[in-house]
Each structure stands twice: as C-alpha cells, then as structure tokens.
Design a protein around this ligand. Structure first.
Ligand code: ASP
Ligand code: MG
Length: 425
C-alpha cells in the first residue's frame, strides 16, 4: 500500500461535473488500496474573481482580510469534493490549511511554510478516510491568523504535505499531459517529457514555465519529494520530476538530455542606469538602492566603459510590477550615485533554454544564437548558468523565438499536444 498525495488545480475542479470526475479518480486510487491525501485549489478562476471583488471595495485591500477572503475559495472546492466522494460510498474528510497543520510565518499573501503538523490528516487516513486539504493556505502561531502562500501556492501545500507524511509520490494534476519541452499553447509541436530533474525543472519554472510553481519545486528538491505531473483529463503517464540520478526500470542511470526544455517570460522589464562612474563601489551602491526598493533583480549586464569617458551603463531586469518603485528609489539617489539618466523598457521578453546535458556539451549557445539570427531576432542581454542560457529579446518576437529555437534543437514532434483548460494552471 502506498501513500499518495494528489493535487488538483483550479481548472480540474472548475464546475460540478469536473469535481465529480476528480472524485471518481480519487476513489479509483483509493480502491486500488492506496492511502490518499488530496490537495485542492479554488474552482476555476474563482481566486481571480475574489481578488477583483476585493479591489472593487478597496483600492488596497487589507492584507489580513484579503487572506481571509481568498482562502474561502479553497474551502468551497474542498468541501464539495469531500461531499462528492462520500456520495460515491467512500469516506472523506476536508480540512482547512490550519486544520491540516500548515504552519507558516506571518506574511500575508506570501507566507512561507515553517512547519507541518499533519496529525489530523494521519488520523483521517488511519480511520480509512480520504483526506482533502485546502491548498494555498496556512496559519501563523504568533498572530493566530490565516495566511496564504502566494498565487499558485497549492502546489507548495501538496509538496509540503507529501514531505511531512513521507508520501511515496506527489501527483500534480493539471490540464496538460505533463511538463513539455515548451508551452504547448505557444509551440504546438512541443513534446511531453517522461522525466526531468528537479534542477532543470527549477530553471524552467524560473524562466517562466507555468506548469509548476518555483517554490513548490524548490521545496520538493530540498525535501527529496518525487513529483508526477499529469493530466486530470486522462490516465496517461505524465512527467516525473526526480531528485537524484534517475534510475530507469532496467536499473540503468539515465543520462540527462542536452536540452530539457525552453520557457518564455513576458513579466519582466529592463532598467538601464546610464553614465555610471566606472569606479569601485558603484554597482554595490546601485543594487543596495534597488534592494531597498524590494525589487527582485534577475539579469544584470554592465558594459565595458569608454576609456575616454570613464563612465559605463548598467542594465538589469526585474518584474514589471516592481519597476516603478525601483525607478523612484534610484531617482532619489541620483546625485549620490552620480549616474546621468535612467531608461525603462517594459517591452522585453526572456527566453530560457534549460538542460543538464549542457554541462558536458559545447556549442549550445552558438546554436541558440544562430537560430535567433536566422529568424532575424535581436538579442539584447544574455545570462548563463551551468544548465541554462537566457536571452532577452523584444517582447513581440518571443513566441517566434520559442518556435525557432525549439525546432533548431530538434525538439519538435509530429503529434500536437492536447491542452484541456487553457489557463496554464
Ligand atoms: N487558488 C490559488 C490561486 O489561484 C492557489 C492555487 O491555485 O494554487 O493562485
Ligand atoms: Mg487557481
């Protein structure tokens, strides 16, 4: 008998029909003799609808109340799912995040899990019930308040519960068949991966892949949880996200592919600090100001300074949503740093190519740049890690870039991927 954690996203429980379909699937797993813990997201786009509602009554909703509101979404789906399972003749009990022992810090809207005490979940399983847990929510012991883990946080709830319960596997059900070499909504020739290392998955998620949330992958990696990303619309084998060297059924260690996949991100903007004096300490000064504005910097590029002028330009990317506050902070300290001006560009796109095999293969970047060149796409910034290359291009060329790079690396397949939900969740 195995202990399986199953997480169903909003698109898998969007209406009564879907909830019954998911309930059947859970019952099937239970019937096969497994203990089942289910983590569920709010129905369809209901979290977005609640957020809209909040902003209609208050321009800046109080964070504590916003968490109270948003956690209601998962309460609805968990209760409905438990009812559906019970009416099929199987026992089920639903639990809020705090009842399930999801202890977090006190940060409303982006709380971090600090402890998981799933006593009631264990009791429910011991009593023969399926335990249904509301995703994305927790409880802080000091403030005694309800918190949320940030958008998409149900993945993290599932992984954290799987780790705390030492589950055999954590299944993440979604509206596509697994993790693809690229977003199948943009690249119809994208291929489903049978497996991917958590390290590669982390880079893809950081590069904008929406199939899994970065914090969930991080948590899985840190706690050694194996994930199975699969469709809730069929019984196909999905994608295994593994932590150590993957041993295939014949007992052989599988070599990492050169390229695992490509992701795109349109959520970033670029700030260029023009005319920075080329003397020690200026980068430190600039990024201290940026950090003070609570910006999460991604790529950084510093040009070689002109010998004659003794000044240089420093460009960096950050989430668009943090652009304004960062510009303001830098402008306030313009004299102190001594730069001449700031440029802001929010029409950029970032393409990220990921593969563990890059470590031992040369020519990957040359091939990437060549593919972009042949498509007439200009590269504005480049950054690399051991298993990743990211480039910044114009936003309106990013989809074309994805397609040509996908083809150049021989990742295309003939069968078109089926996308059920369409929201990416
Ligand atoms: N319902 C929350 C959201 O839409 C959490 C989740 O779906 O994982 O962000
Ligand atoms: Mg959702």
């Amino acid at each position: 008998m195995s202990l399986i954690v199953q997480k169903f996203g909003g698109s898998s429980v969007a209406d009564a029909e879907s909830i019954k379909r998911v309930a059947k699937r859970i019952v099937d797993t239970r019937k096969a003799g497994n203990d089942v813990v289910v983590v569920v997201s709010a129905m369809g786009d209901s979290t977005d609808e609640l957020l809209d509602l909040a902003h209609e009554v208050a321009p800046i909703p109080a964070p504590r109340e916003l968490d109270m509101l948003l956690t209601a979404g998962e309460r609805i789906s968990m209760a409905l799912l438990a009812m559906a399972i019970k009416s099929m003749g199987y026992d089920a009990l639903s639990f809020t995040g705090s009842q399930a022992g999801m202890i977090t810090d006190a940060r409303h809207g982006s709380a971090r899990i600090v402890d998981v005490t799933p006593g009631r979940i264990r009791d429910a399983l011991d009593g023969g019930a399926v335990a249904i847990v509301a995703g994305f929510q927790g409880f802080n012991r000091d403030t005694m308040d309800i918190t949320t883990l940030g958008r998409g946080g149900s993945d993290t709830t599932a992984v954290a519960l799987a780790a705390a319960l030492a589950a055999d596997i954590c299944e993440i059900y979604t509206d596509v068949d697994g993790v693809f070499t690229a977003d199948p909504r943009v690249v119809p020739q994208a291929r489903k991966l049978d497996r991917i290392s958590s390290e590669e998955m982390l880079e893809l998620a950081a590069g904008g892949a929406k199939v899994l949330y970065i914090r969930a992958v991080e948590y899985a990696r840190r706690h050694g949880v194996t994930l199975h990303v699969r469709s809730s619309f069929n019984n196909n084998q999905g994608t295994i996200v593994y932590n150590t060297e993957f041993v295939d059924p014949n007992g052989e260690i599988v070599e990492e592919p050169i390229i695992a996949g490509i992701a795109a991100d349109l959520s970033e903007a670029k700030i260029t600090v023009v005319g920075v004096p080329d003397v020690p300490g200026k980068a430190a000064q600039i990024f201290k100001i940026v950090a003070g504005a609570n910006a999460n910097v991604d790529m950084i590029v510093q040009n070689v300074s002109g010998v004659a002028t003794g000044v240089t330009d420093i460009s960096f990317t950050l989430p668009k949503s943090e652009g304004q506050q960062t510009l303001t902070a830098l402008t306030n300290d313009k004299e102190l740093v001594g730069f001449s001006s700031l440029q802001y560009d929010d029409q950029i796109g970032k393409l990220t190519l990921v593969g563990g095999g890059m470590r031992t293969n040369t020519g990957v970047s040359a091939k990437l740049f060549e593919a972009l060149f042949l498509a007439g796409i200009n590269i504005e910034m480049i950054s690399t890690s051991e298993i990743r290359i990211s480039v910044v291009t114009r936003a309106d060329t990013i989809q074309e870039a994805l397609r040509v790079v996908h083809t150049a690396f021989g990742l295309d397949t003939d069968d078109e991927a089926v996308v059920h939900g369409g929201t990416g969740r």
